[in-house]
Unconditional design. Structure first.
Lengths: 170, 105
């Protein structure tokens, strides 16, 4: 087993185990903590694939920002000691069947498909200079338009969140 | 194959994570736990994009940019969802989805 395979096995095990714990834990703050582990392991997966910039974004935005936001909202809306009620079997069985069936079909399809075995790479292109140039380029592989659209979206989301959460005067 | 790790392994990890998220989305009743399931689903899609990008098209950056934009959209979505959840909690003193039938006029 090569070091890469070992690291992949660790990250993959952490992702699978903690994502199952996230959706089954009955204490909501623990579920948020398990979600944090899943997100950090996903960041590790990006480091394994040499996407350093994306991994940094994942750790800062997902693991740092979104999880903190979720924990804040948990503290604002529920008691820490409170346990969620158990979902009934009437809900668990159809949901489990849907999820397990979908997973089996997808995994069977993935295993049957033959991907090209070896793709020759023309050198590492994931450095920060290439990313920055692509983000502001308007040529073929440029992302100037999505970049501007996402900035409008973030502004709209910010204004919307402030207006929604603001206290009404009445 | 990426330095000994086949593409299938990444895809299977992403698939399991995606369907665990689907299961949580269907079973949970608390709005915040539903939001966590959605985050799991979005994350699994990111793993797939990045693995395809690195292993099948190592000279391009499309998968990375898709993941980048998905992360940005997820952050915006989380901010708006949490504002809505806090607003609902202020009005109904509960964030259980089954008590959400008073939202209509």
């Amino acid at each position: 087993m090569t070091p890469n395979q070992l690291m992949f096995a660790i990250f993959s095990a952490v992702i699978i185990i903690f994502s199952i714990l996230t959706v089954t834990s009955r204490r909501i703050l623990r579920a948020a903590t398990y979600l944090l582990f899943v997100l950090v392991a996903t960041g590790g997966m990006y480091f394994l694939l040499r996407f350093n910039y994306l991994a940094a974004i994942q750790l800062a935005l997902y693991a740092g920002g979104i999880v903190v936001l979720i924990i804040f909202s948990i503290l604002l809306t529920s008691h820490i000691a409170e346990k969620l009620e158990k979902p009934g079997l009437k809900k668990i069985i159809p949901a489990f069947l849907a999820a397990a069936g979908g997973a089996l079909i997808s995994i069977a399809t993935i295993l049957q498909h033959n991907f090209p075995a070896e793709v020759v790479s023309g050198g590492d292109r994931t450095n920060i200079t290439m990313i920055a140039k692509s983000l502001i380029s308007t040529e073929k592989y440029g992302y100037a338009l999505p970049f501007e659209v996402i900035s409008i979206l973030l502004l709209a989301a910010m204004v919307g969140a402030i207006i929604l959460a603001k206290k009404r005067k009445d | 194959m990426f330095e000994g790790v086949p593409l299938h392994w990444f895809l299977i990890t992403g698939t399991i994570m995606f369907f665990v998220g689907i299961y949580g989305f269907l079973v949970r009743k608390n709005l915040i736990t539903i939001l966590m399931s959605i985050e799991l689903i979005l994350n699994s899609v990111n793993i797939n994009f990045v693995a395809f990008n690195k292993i099948l098209y190592p000279d391009h950056l499309e998968g990375m940019f898709f993941s980048l934009f998905i992360i940005a959209v997820a952050a915006a979505e989380a901010a708006v969802v949490i504002a809505i959840i806090i607003n609902i909690y202020r009005r109904l003193v509960s964030i259980n989805v089954e008590k959400m039938d008073e939202m209509k006029y």
